[in-house]
Design a protein. Sequence first.
Length: 350
Amino acid sequence: MNINSIFKSCLLLQLIFINYSWSQNKSPNIILMIGDGMGLTQISSGMYANGNSTALEEFQYIGLSKTNSSNSLVTDSAASGTAMATGVKTLNKVLGIDSKNVSKKSILEICQDKGYRTGLIATSSIVHATPASFYAKEISRYNYENIAFQFSNHSVDLFVGGGSKYFTARKDKKNLLKEMLDYDLVRSIREFEKSNASKIGFFTYFDEPPSIINGRSPNLDRITTIAINKLSSKDSPFFIMIEGSQIDWGGHGNDSNMVISEFKDFNSAIKVALEFAKSDKNTLVVVTADHETGGMSLNGGKINRVFNTFNTKGHTATMVPVFSYGLNSNLFKGIYENTEIFEKLKKTIE
């Protein structure tokens, strides 16, 4: 080996070491994925109907989360979302405020304080209970126009979801979108992909988006791919919450086909997040649910065709699984209160 070859080899090793050291010192990315209403039966049914396969099989650790709110064994999405987002139990229907009427900072807002870029994605409206848990402080999850006003004054870097009507067709006649001047508010998935703005918003529908069965577009995996590419292209770490919102709606409707199709859509997005974490090696992915919906049972069938029944059109109090992969994923094994998800995420970024 000549002197030039030795020099080039040493330089390459030095660059590898510098890159490794930088990646180890950079704060970790967090991808939190919430399948609304997604209990173990929803996962099992979706897995068997998907050819006996789900991306969740590749996760390193599995835990169980207790979902009760502060005033009910059976939670709703607002109280459970608040528990995971802020680390406190609260009353059903309340967002971002504890049971003593004290507003709490969410993990998304804590990440922002630490220099993270942040994102919110939902297959519901962006003002629905789960995404709203990460930015709103509101006594009722149904005060959608108040929640939209809070969102318009927030500083989330990237968002995708329905519900533009709460920003434009308001009782107070305001058009909040005209006040969101720091956002590139795109109108299509192509515009979303092409935008190089530092802050991007994509309202997918005027009202609540339809189900996958009824033609919702774009699919969640494509949205997730674009969002992660945009957030990870910056030097800062990122936090993103991605909700598969309509698994829950299928449970409320006792509609097995809707539950399964929505799970498949969510599962494809999980695969995107998992593949990113595998290659990045400085990312934590957590997949869980806020509660189970429908009291869904799996009564038989075969691979690719399952038979389900339901025992309620509401939520149930059963524990829900927590799947984790990547940095600090071992923290998420065991059985714990849903508020511990916040604490474990906070520990990861600290």
